[in-house]
Write a protein that binds this ligand. Sequence first.
Ligand code: T46
Length: 141
Amino acid sequence: MNYKIIQIQKICDQRGKLIFCEGIKNVPFEIKRVFCIFDTKKNVSRGEHAHRISEQAIICLNGSCHFLLDNGLKKEEIILDNPQMMLFIGKNMWRKMYNFSDNCILMVLASDFYDEKEYIRNYDEFLMGSQLSKHETEHKR
Ligand code: T46
C-alpha cells in the first residue's frame, strides 16, 4: 500500500500548541500546492479518485474524517482525528473520504500544481492500471 502515517512534532507552551510542515523534511516531497476542505455537508463522500503523478500529505486540523485507501488489490481504512497525524498518500492510490465530523478541516499539501489530467476518476480505469503494474512487476522478477 502506497501510504503511511507520519507523526508530526507538536510544540506546546503556556499559549497553546503549534505544528509545522516542511517540504522534504517532515513532508516527503517538495510542497507545490496547499488546499483545504471544510464545511463538508452531512453524509457526503469526497475523493473517489487516484493520482497518476502527484503525492499528498493530509492533516486533519479539526474534527475527524475517515479515509478508505485502495491500491486495486487491498483496501484499508484510516481515521484522521488528530493534527499530529499526517497521512501521506503516494501515486496510484484510490482514496475516498467520508464520515466527516462537524467542523472537520482537512489541510492537503500536494507535490504538484492542480492538473485535472493527472486524476483517475474512473474506478475501472484505475483497476486496469493497477492490474497492469502488478503484471509488469511479476514479469520483472
Ligand atoms: C485529493 C483529495 C484528498 C481546483 O481547481 N484546484 C485544486 O487544487 C483542487 C484540489 C481542486 N480544484 C477543483 C477541481 C474540482 O472542480 O475543485 C473541484 C473539487 O475538486 P475534487 O472534486 O477533486 O475534490 P475532492 O475533495 O474530491 O478531492 C480533493 C483533491 O482534488 C484531490 O487531489 O487527493 O481532495
